[in-house]
Write a new protein. Structure first.
Length: 313
């Protein structure tokens, strides 16, 4: 059976900017990261690029911010694997070490003339508009916009990705978390926190709204992709139905001549080496089950889009 594949992050505008050609040196730095962090960095850059487009940023700023996003976690090269890849939640001491990846990444970029222009990515992507972020507890007026965009992309990708220490969280639940993070915290919530700006949440509402558009865009793309696969499965079922029509006659045939004739009719519609007269009905059953499951999945995706459109920030 043909395998259905869909990568939620594959719909990207990065190629339009020819980043690989212009920034090969910077992108090669990602090869030093562990496989999970490298994939995360690529996904964050993808989302960042598209957020910039939905925010109507100029092309130059989009390219610059996308490169900052590629390098935002580069400092994790120097975080001990025992912490970076720990399968359970970090202790307070380990978390403090993990947080140093921001300043480590910044210093790496500042020491390298090729990376220096993108040092904002590592330094600012964990700062929060209300001042509760790190490493410098900056507030809204002091956090560059590229850092604010990357923070939203980073938070979204980190929550939705499958991490070692937690289960996958759905898109709607993730967006609700981001909505919550865009709201100013109450005085009671801020008692034990460093809150410099009570007018803001941790992340920018406008950027979160742009993220909604990115997610809807991807969901619609996924629907189109899965619909194409449904068309393929439907045609395969129709083909095997024709094989079955000959097979039923084959079973009822009395003479050897007719049996051979109808058997050839069955084989005429079996097109892969894995299909034969003994198993094609099971193959058809699997296609039928797949068809039903995918139709239900597409139905749920449409429901998801409707829910996203009803979200308020």
């Amino acid at each position: 059976m043909k395998k259905e594949e869909f990568d939620f992050y594959s719909r990207t505008s990065l190629k339009a900017y020819n980043l690989d050609g212009k920034m090969r040196y910077q992108l090669n730095m990602l090869d030093s990261l562990d496989v999970y962090t490298k994939k995360h960095s690529e996904n964050v850059a993808n989302i960042t690029c598209r957020l910039c487009e939905y925010l109507n940023m100029e092309e130059g700023f989009t390219i610059y911010t996308t490169m900052c996003a590629y390098l935002h976690d580069i400092g994790k090269i120097f975080i001990p694997p025992s912490i970076l890849q720990k399968p359970t939640r970090l202790t307070d001491e380990e978390y403090e070490i993990m947080k140093t990846h921001t300043t480590i990444g910044y210093n790496m970029c500042m020491k390298d003339p090729e990376l220096r222009p993108y040092a904002a990515g590592p330094l600012y992507h964990h700062e929060a508009l209300n001042g509760t972020g790190y490493p410098n507890h900056l507030s809204a007026k002091d956090i560059p916009y590229e850092g604010q965009i990357i923070r939203v992309a980073d938070e979204f990708e980190a929550i939705t990705a499958k991490r070692q220490y937690k289960t996958h969280i759905g898109i709607i639940d993730t967006l609700n978390i981001l909505i919550e993070n865009s709201q100013p915290i109450t005085k009671q919530e801020g008692i034990n926190m460093i809150v410099k700006d009570v007018k803001h949440g941790k992340i920018d509402k406008k950027i979160v709204r742009a993220l909604f558009k990115v997610v809807i865009d991807d969901t619609e793309t996924e629907i189109a992709s899965r619909s194409d696969y449904l068309n393929y499965v439907t045609k395969e079922i129709a083909r095997l139905n024709k094989a079955d029509s000959y097979y039923q006659k084959y079973l009822k045939a009395k003479s050897e001549k007719k049996k051979n004739y109808y058997k050839e009719g069955v084989l005429m519609y079996l097109k892969t080496p894995d299909e034969n007269i003994d198993n094609f009905l099971q193959v058809r059953k699997e296609y039928q089950e797949s068809l039903q499951a995918r139709r239900e999945h597409i139905k749920n995706l449409y429901k998801e889009i409707k829910k996203i459109k009803n979200l308020k920030v």
